[in-house]
Design a protein around this ligand. Structure first.
Ligand code: CP
Ligand code: NVA
Length: 310
């Protein structure tokens, strides 16, 4: 059977995403009731992270433990890859030990090379291009919160970054109602918007891009943001602080959204920059549900990708 990678949400169909989310919601309930079984007994997942991580790393580790398997952290700085061993050889060797690997890195092309040279499933734990596990978990959180996805108006305010790219692609695949407000010069890649438009089959419009947070937020049910300076962009921080002024989620912006609107952030957050503390820690915030759902969604993903018969 062909191995299943998850390099981007575009590796899944709309039906695939919906059934993954349903499985994750079932597994979350089973876990709460002390049921769940050990479907990945004997399986070993590798975690190769070239950038820091709290949620992704720990939720994959805990998820494997709950599924009866093991996760091992492979620090890139401590393997022979750092001394010039090729990615091809490393991927080939690790494929003989592991049943799957989660990789957090910079270039999407590097992930694609890992997928080509591995015989085990490769899962994207965040790249500069996208963050599929995050957005799948966030869509699960929206479904739990609203009981549906159809008709939920999502506003993304902030940087046209990896998280925005995954939102746009997922909105294209699932027909979600998504409007993004980003500062000029920080737009998502045009080809990502193009791909979402070509995949969009929903009743409304494909993802829309504007430069005005108020326009994006008016009438929204979900207000989403991410950091203004992503990992690897630290040198741009001062310029970004200037460019993103006015793109903060605060109580004024939230007041433009629909009554009952929720606020989401993938975390880590910078209170006082992309979002104010009162909103991030306020009653509309779903941040901890989002973080928890990383665990449940990824467990469903691991069962599907590491034991294809399940
Ligand atoms: N949201 C997210 O991916 O968090 P980490 O960087 O802590 O994994
Ligand atoms: N855009 C952020 C997401 C962190 C989970 C980054 O890449 O740093």
């Amino acid at each position: 059977m062909k191995k299943k990678d998850l390099l981007s949400v575009t590796d899944l169909s709309g039906a695939g995403i919906r059934s993954l989310i349903s499985a994750a919601i079932r597994m979350k309930k089973d876990h709460a009731r002390g049921r769940g079984g050990r479907p990945l007994r004997g399986k070993v997942l590798g975690l190769l992270f070239s950038k820091p991580s709290t949620r992704t790393r720990v939720s994959f580790q805990v998820g494997m433990a709950q599924l009866g398997g093991t996760a091992i952290v492979i620090p890139p700085s401590e393997i022979q890859l750092q001394r010039g061993e090729t990615l091809e050889d490393t991927a080939g060797v690790l494929s003989r030990y592991l049943d799957g690997i989660v990789i957090r890195t910079f270039e999407q092309k590097e992930l694609e090379a890992w997928a080509r040279h591995s015989t085990i499933p490769v899962i994207n734990g965040l790249s500069d291009f996208c963050h599929p596990c995050q957005i799948l978990s966030d869509i699960m959180t929206i479904r739990e919160s609203f009981g549906r996805l159809k008709g939920v108006k999502i506003a993304y305010v902030g940087d046209g970054n990896n998280v925005a790219h995954s939102w746009i692609l997922a909105a294209g695949i699932l027909g979600l109602d998504l409007t993004l407000a980003v500062p000029k010069g920080y737009e998502p890649l045009p080809e990502v918007l193009g791909e979402a438009r070509s995949r969009f089959r929903g009743a409304g419009d494909p993802p829309r891009l504007c430069h005005d947070p108020d326009t994006a937020t008016a009438g929204a049910d979900v207000l989403y943001t991410d950091v203004w300076t992503s990992m690897g962009q630290e040198k741009e921080r001062r310029g970004r602080l200037r460019a993103f002024r006015g793109f903060q989620i605060n109580s004024r912006l939230l007041s433009l959204a629909n009554p009952g609107a929720v606020v989401m952030h993938c975390l880590p957050a910078h209170r006082g920059e992309e979002i104010t503390a009162d909103v991030l820690d306020g009653p509309a915030s779903l941040i901890l549900d989002q973080a928890e759902n990383r665990l449940h969604l990824q467990k469903a993903l691991l069962v599907r990708h590491l034991s294809p018969k399940k």
